[in-house]
Design a protein around this ligand. Structure first.
Ligand code: CP
Ligand code: NVA
Length: 305
């Protein structure tokens, strides 16, 4: 059984296989109508159930289209409308759904719930974001970076702002795929020691935004207020020196690219001039969620890697 709760579940070979598959399938179906099934329909007859305890645009639609393009179908549920939302256990939900569907994707708050789902499911479970990590996002980010012409070994990624779930997965990716992540986050909002340790020596935290971007090939940020967090003015104020501006981008390599998992807040974590400017790859990054999800599904079903 292949669950995808974090990038380390796939390991370097699994992640490499995902990237190769995502790039290949994307190229093969370029220009096709979005709803046309890939010629090999590798997941024909398979059903993916998705459970959302938090909002989503990209993860919801990209996974739905991913399973369709692979020849399968999906069922999308908001946890609030399920018995899960009024106290049925994650374990019981996992056992029941395993009798109906072939894979489960869940977006929730506490990472322990995804782990509990995997422990009790008889089908692959995919982490569609928890407070701890967002591995699906990082597969798409790595695809976008490779597509832009960068090899991962030797790459330098700068992270600015909140030391959050997306950063934890980026640090894990750095450890697996041998690139460097340099994060600049304000005091009180830095990644945990455990998140930095996922980088296996390739992830570190520095004091200033300027230090983080120096020599960076890719500059990444994310919302300062993640889902489930209070909108605190004190946090926004602490984050301001870490805003990604044209002046900060000028401190990275001249051809540095900008990534943001979205949704974005222009004027907070990034200025419009950067996110809507020539260095930004946010639209291919968002589209690549679709191609990356397909490769994640194929890995979970043991068809790649
Ligand atoms: N980046 C991302 O996961 O977007 P959604 O919250 O819209 O799924
Ligand atoms: N860090 C953000 C990512 C959203 C895709 C959050 O958890 O809300």
């Amino acid at each position: 059984m292949r669950h995808f709760l974090n990038l380390s579940d796939a390991g370097p070979d699994g992640v490499a296989a995902m990237l190769a598959d995502a790039l290949d399938r994307k190229a093969t179906r370029a220009g096709w109508p979005k709803g046309r099934v890939d010629a090999d329909a590798p997941l024909s007859g398979r059903v993916l159930a998705m459970i959302f305890e938090k909002n989503s645009t990209r993860t919801r639609v990209s996974f739905d289209m991913a399973i369709r393009q692979l020849g399968g179908t999906s069922i999308v549920m908001d946890a609030g409308s399920m018995q899960l939302g009024r106290g049925e256990s994650v374990a019981d939900t996992a056992r029941v759904l395993s009798g109906y569907v072939d894979a489960i994707m869940i977006r929730t708050d506490d990472h322990a719930k995804v782990a509990e789902m995997a422990d009790h499911a008889g089908v692959p479970v995919i982490n569609g974001l928890t407070d701890h990590s967002h591995p699906c996002q990082i597969v798409a980010d790595l695809q976008t970076i490779v597509e832009a012409g960068h090899a991962l070994p030797g790459l330098r990624v700068a992270w600015l702002g909140d030391g959050n779930n997306v950063l934890a997965s980026m640090m894990e990716a750095a450890g697996l795929m041998r690139f460097d992540v340099v994060a600049a986050c304000p005091q009180g909002f830095q990644p945990s020691d455990a998140a930095v340790a996922l980088g296996r020596g390739r992830a570190r935290v520095v004091g200033t935004a300027r230090e983080a971007v120096e020599g960076a090939d890719v500059v990444v940020t994310d919302t300062w207020i993640s889902m489930g967090q209070d909108h605190a003015e004190t946090k926004l104020a602490a984050m301001m020196p870490f805003q990604v501006t044209p002046a900060l981008m000028a401190g990275a390599k001249p051809d540095a690219r900008f990534l943001h998992c979205l949704p974005a807040h222009r004027g907070e974590e990034v200025t419009a001039a950067v996110i809507d400017g020539p260095q930004s790859l946010i639209w291919p990054e968002a589209e690549n969620r679709l191609h990356a999800q397909k490769s994640i599904l194929l890995w979970c079903f043991g068809l790649i890697g």
